[in-house]
Design a protein around this ligand. Sequence first.
Ligand code: HEM
Length: 422
Amino acid sequence: MSRRGLFGSALMAAGAATAGVVAGRLTAPEQADDRRTEPFHGPHQAGIATIAQAHAIFLSCDVAKPDRGVLRELLAGWTETAAALTAGHRVPDSPGTAAGFSNHTDFASDLDPARLTVTFGLGPAVFDDRFGLADRRPQHLQPLPGFPDDALNSAWTGGDVLAQICADDPQIVSHAFRALRARLPGLGRMRWTQHGFLGRPAGGGTPRNMFGHKDGTANARPGTREFDDTVWATADTEPEWFRGGTYLVFRKIRMKTADWDMLPLAEQNRIIGRRRGDGAPLHGSDEFDPVDLEARGPDGELAIAPAAHIRLVNGIPMFRRGYNYDYGTLLATATAATEEVAPHDHPAGTDPNHTHGGHNSLDAGLLFAAYMNNPPEQFIRAQHAMAGTDLLNGVIQHTGSAFFAMPPGMKEGEPVAAGLGL
Ligand code: HEM
């Protein structure tokens, strides 16, 4: 949706709310074109080039049986549900739903679809022997290699089929998740879910990660040649059914926010290579100033430190469309992330008998989700460049990982990955 469209919808929403107050109740938009919908059909799946919505759930599941028919039914059922919900329609009933029962729950009745998108992916194991699809494997869809700093929890790793559910209303996201899950019995087993959020400055602009830095500055803009060349798998070496698709690298990255908050601002900026406030590179004055890795400060030192994050991954193209997450201490005991209080310095004047406020048990950070068409030259190369060296490594920890081929877009009436000919 264009900025103008967004603005128009905001005005309409404001108008509706006012009307609702006058009428004494909130009225839902009645007409389809009042609704904030994203197109479901097209050459590429929605939810990739779509301006990131404010809320997301990533749902990864395994196919219940080594049976191609089961995979086919799962993908067809999920496509049907997703197409209906993104258009703002009711949840369709599954085949064989008994009289008196329905998948419809009213949980999202009268709500705007809030730019809901559901984006599907297939994990590497789908193309192992189980479904007889080995000859149709996307060329880069191999399990990701391990990296030296990984602290992966198997409970948050892998999966056969992914649904990335995004919308500007968390209730719409939860409702879509619930409707997709309801189609799993007999077809798939949930493996993991992750919930994220992303606040965006009024009027647009780059969102911020949990370290307070603008995150996404160097991303190619959707609609540009650079974006297309970075994201869409069009190479002749890809199987034909997959052309127009892309790959998604998903990493659950815990960010040690409490440790970070105790670092002086100058050190935070040195770690990233950009200023936290305005996102400008350390030698520059504007967020979008070109990065100059040779620039030196008044002290003669490199402005962007040798091990700063943006130096090590500079110019490696990928489209980062991640979400922040904050589970508080909810999952702390389930993570590899809980550790003894690591040696650290305190700001001057800290009471020597202070407690640590549980800061090492916090699980918050980044659901890193990056789209690309050549993962070995993009994510894997960048991750190797960071490993062991990047100043960021002291304050982050990769605790989950998954990798998917995201099929091209659907035509009306077709299931996702129709070209696979399941
Ligand atoms: C929690 C972990 C991470 C944090 C907090 C983080 C933060 C940032 C920030 C603040 C920037 C600068 C603004 C921007 O261009 O978006 C950036 C750039 C970038 N990051 Fe990360 N990042 C993280 C993990 C990763 C990982 C795992 C990769 C890939 C392996 C990665 C790849 C990149 C790339 C390619 C750029 C753009 C570099 C350029 O060309 O200027 N980041 N990151």
